[in-house]
Design a binder for this molecule. Structure first.
Ligand code: GAL
Length: 385
């Protein structure tokens, strides 16, 4: 695909607009800090403090975008149990929420789901793991439902957590965590899958529930919602239907990307097709991203390869996927939302937002841009909500 950019000059920096297949005009316009994305730079909320919302998920509701993420603050250390694979951590402090109407300027709303310090066995205790929070809105119950990865410090618990709120900024009420789909075989189970063996985590975890680590939730056009999570010792992903109130699982799931060890799933829909961008499984260290498409959310999913192009594609320009955000009021515009983890100083990890492009066969494509902007007509209020 040919590249066209609107070139804008601001404070000595080159700023590129959303890549368009038709835009050819060269224009000069005034750039203020609030209409440029600068991936990898410190991103401050309007009060001036760096945004603290890692592994984030986005919600668009009544003209406002909400950004939920992991609060990473304080000292980074490597617990003994995680040293072999480089699993550093900070104290879990809960889930933050920021709001914006233009996607550039963010206001801290609240700690939507705080951690607790006084009950060491509680899922939300600061010693635990609270990662990749995602929030969806249930139009029937009018509740905001947060799903997240809950774990023990050594990541052995591998559970899904759920919280619910009347308002997007919280406070969210924590409902608890569980291992998904206990006692239920996946739709695409085979007889071999049911045979217990040391190398068969699906059968091993059948009774107690399947492992759930890196996850996302996806809300479809028909209001059905799904959780995607890395399961079976992270080797295989599961996609699982949520109940109508989104507070639990409905008991229907499929195994996808069997044995492909995919993490950090971000799912979106474009022209009636489902897409997924994910990472390989290398902890905080970057790797070559994956992409895939499917006509049905249950699969079959066809892998489309690494969406990244350019010199650092093999390490995804030092990023890991977190979410794909459809831009409201703009046709066919999606933002790739990712983290650039700094494993030795996790609070200094950065956000990488880039426009997603699509190749001839619909393959998602990503190219590094150090500055870029949304098309000028962008308005959050012009969307269907
Ligand atoms: C990554 C995962 C992150 C976090 C990290 C811990 O693979 O995507 O969300 O769990 O491992 O090392």
């Amino acid at each position: 695909m040919k590249r066209h950019f609107l070139i804008c000059v601001a404070a000595g920096a080159l700023v590129c607009s959303w890549p368009s297949q038709t835009a050819t005009a060269q224009t000069t316009r005034q750039i203020t800090p609030s209409n440029v994305f600068a991936p990898g730079e410190i991103w401050r909320e309007i009060s001036g403090k760096p945004i603290n919302a890692h592994g984030g998920g986005m919600l668009f509701h009544e003209g406002t975008y909400y950004w939920y993420g992991e609060i990473k603050e304080g000292r980074t250390w490597a617990p003994e149990a995680n040293r072999s694979w480089g699993g550093t951590r900070v104290m879990a402090l809960g889930v933050s929420c920021y709001s914006s109407t233009n996607l550039y300027d963010w206001k801290f709303e609240a700690i939507a789901l705080p951690a607790t310090t006084n009950e060491p066995s509680h899922d939300l205790h600061t010693s635990k793991v609270i990662e990749r929070p995602k929030v969806i809105y249930n139009r029937t119950t009018k509740k905001f439902v947060m799903w997240m990865h809950i774990d023990s410090e050594d990541y052995a618990a591998a559970r899904s957590g759920v919280a619910v709120s009347e308002k997007p900024g919280g406070p969210f009420t924590y409902l608890g965590s569980f291992r998904p789909d206990a006692g239920v075989w996946p739709e695409n189970v085979t007889d071999t899958n049911k045979q217990p063996s040391d190398h068969n985590p699906l059968a091993r975890d059948f009774a107690g529930g399947q492992m759930a680590r890196d996850m996302t939730v996806f809300l479809d056009d028909d209001e059905k919602a799904y959780q995607f999570y890395a399961s079976e010792d992270n080797a295989t992903m599961h996609v699982s239907l949520l109940s109508d109130d989104y507070l639990r699982l409905a008991g229907k799931y499929c195994r996808i990307f069997i044995g492909r060890s995919m993490e950090a799933p971000a799912v979106f829909k474009r022209n009636g097709k489902y897409y997924l961008i994910a990472s390989d499984c290398t902890g905080w260290a970057p790797n070559a991203a994956r992409s895939a498409a499917a006509d049905s959310i249950w699969g079959p999913w066809t892998e489309l390869g690494n969406p990244w192009e350019g010199a650092e594609a093999a390490i995804s320009f030092n990023t890991q996927s977190s979410y794909v955000l459809p831009v409201q009021g703009q046709n066919d515009k999606f933002i790739f939302v990712a983290d650039r983890w700094i494993s030795t100083n996790l609070p200094d990890s950065r956000y990488i937002w880039l426009p997603l492009r699509f190749g001839a066969n619909g393959k998602p494509e990503l190219r590094w841009q150090s500055n870029w902007s949304l098309p000028a007509a962008h308005s959050a209020r012009s969307s269907r909500e």
